[in-house]
Each structure stands twice: as structure tokens, then as C-alpha cells.
Design a protein. Sequence first.
Length: 125
Amino acid sequence: MNRVKVEMEYLFRASPTILYKFFTTPATLVRWFCDEVDIEKDVFTFVWEGSEEKAGLIDDFEDEKLVWEWEEGEANEFWEVKFDVSPVTGETIMTITEFCDDIDEEDTRQLWDSLVKRLRQETGG
């Protein structure tokens, strides 16, 4: 199977500062992203339905960009979120980049759409 890079873009009324906190704080991550999370230094341990996955935070530019590398992921693959503000509307443009098998691309997009829907409800944005 071939691996593909998937980029998704979402608009939010919430500020980059608020969104940034929803990606970096355990109390907010469990409200929309995972069942449990433990953050020790730059290692995030995410738990979904009893299954753990670890990701190392490799880039952190507050309110602008976060990049994680899955502990058991493929070489040169990452999971990234960027926050930009539209100069026209003032809305936050959140761009998510992830890698998956080519046959899973649609499922990956649907998963992120459902996660972002929950994030939008939590942030009011």
C-alpha cells in the first residue's frame, strides 16, 4: 500500500490561542480528541478505548503550529496542525496534515471531520 499525505482545512471563529490550548492541555484534549491523555515532557500518550498511542511533540510554535511524530509511525511522517488568521474575515484557518494508507484517505478525512465537529462545539467556534 502507498502512504499519502492528507491535508484538511477548517475555519473557526475561535482564536488560535484557544485552539492551541485544545491541542496541548489534557483537560481539553479529552473533551474532543481522546478518552485519556498523559503528557510527560514532549511525549503525549493518547488513549482510545483502552488502546495507547504515543507521539512526540517535535515542533511547538505557540498559537501557530504543532507537529507530532507517532512513536510507531512510518519514517518521515508526522501529524501537524497549523493556525493562521484570515486577513479578510478574521477567522482562524486550522490546517491539519496527517499520513495514512491510500485506501484509508476517505476514512481519515471523515474521522477528522467528526473530531473537528466536536472541537467546534467545545470552542464555540
